[in-house]
Design a protein around this ligand. Structure first.
Ligand code: COA
Length: 195
C-alpha cells in the first residue's frame, strides 16, 4: 500500500519517506498523474501541440521553439503562482500525453483562474480530459481557495465545451480575447456544495 504526497513516496510500514524522483507531482486520478512540466518533456509535448488537428482553434500548431517557450512559460507560472498547466501522464504507460492545469487569464479586466487542457489526439474520447479537469477544479477550490473557476472556449470547439459541461460548468458570458469571440464557462464554489 502506497500513499503518494506531492512527489514523495511513503512505503508502509516503516513510513520512511523516499524521494521517488525529481518530479513535482501535483494530482493523481484513477488513470492520470498531473505533475509539473520539465524541459525534457518538449518532444512528447510536441506530439500534442504541434498537431494541426489538435491546434485547429489556435492561430497555428507550435513549432519546436514554440513548445519550448510554452514549457518555459509554465515553469515561470509555477514559480510565480505555484500553479500552471501541468503535464498529464498516463499511469498505464508512463507516457506524457497532454496538459491540464490552472492559469490566470485576464477576462474583461479581471484575473480569472482558468482550467485548460490538451490531449494527444490518438487518446481523445476516453474521458481523460474530463478526469483531469475535475481534479483541477477540486484543487482550485480546495487548495487555491478560488471563488469561481472558468474555462475559455471558442464556440466552435464542441469537444472542449463538453469537457467543461462534464466538469459542472455553465456558460457565464461571452468575451473577446485577442479579437476572437470566446464562451466563458464558469463554476462557482457554491455550485460545488449543491452537487
Ligand atoms: C478538448 C479535448 C482536450 C478533449 O479531450 P478528451 O480526452 O477527448 O475529452 P473527453 O473524452 O473527456 O470528452 C470529450 C467530449 O467531446 C465529445 N466530442 C469529441 N469529439 C467531438 C466532436 N467532433 N464533436 C462533438 N463532440 C465531440 C466526446 O463525445 C466527449 O463528450 P461526451 O462524453 O458527451 O461523449 C481534446 O479534444 C483536445 O485536446 N482538443 C484540442 C485542444 C483544445 O481544443 N483544448 C481546449 C482548448 S479550450
Amino acid at each position: 500500500m502506497e500513499q503518494i504526497i506531492v512527489g514523495v513516496t511513503f512505503d508502509e510500514p516503516d513510513g520512511e519517506p523516499e524521494i521517488e524522483n525529481q518530479d513535482m507531482q501535483i494530482l493523481e486520478t484513477s488513470r492520470l498523474i498531473l505533475r509539473e512540466f520539465r524541459r525534457d518533456d518538449a518532444d512528447a509535448l510536441a506530439c500534442v501541440l504541434s498537431d494541426p488537428e489538435t491546434m485547429r482553434f489556435y492561430p497555428a500548431p507550435l513549432d519546436q521553439a514554440g513548445v519550448e517557450q510554452w514549457i518555459e512559460r509554465n515553469l515561470r507560472r509555477y514559480a510565480d503562482h505555484g500553479h500552471g498547466l501541468w503535464a498529464m501522464v498516463l499511469k498505464s504507460t508512463g507516457d506524457m500525453i497532454g496538459d491540464c492545469g490552472l492559469t490566470f487569464q485576464n477576462v474583461d479586466g479581471v484575473n480569472e483562474l482558468e482550467i485548460g487542457y490538451h490531449v494527444r489526439r490518438d487518446l481523445w474520447g476516453q474521458g481523460l480530459a474530463t478526469e483531469a479537469a475535475r481534479a483541477c477544479r477540486d484543487y482550485g477550490f480546495s487548495r487555491l481557495s478560488a471563488e469561481r473557476i472558468i474555462s475559455l472556449i471558442r464556440p466552435e470547439n464542441v469537444p472542449s465545451r463538453r469537457v467543461a459541461e462534464k466538469n459542472g460548468m455553465k456558460i457565464w458570458k461571452e468575451s473577446m480575447l485577442k479579437d476572437l469571440p470566446y464562451l466563458v464557462y464558469c463554476i462557482r464554489r457554491e455550485d460545488t456544495l449543491t452537487r
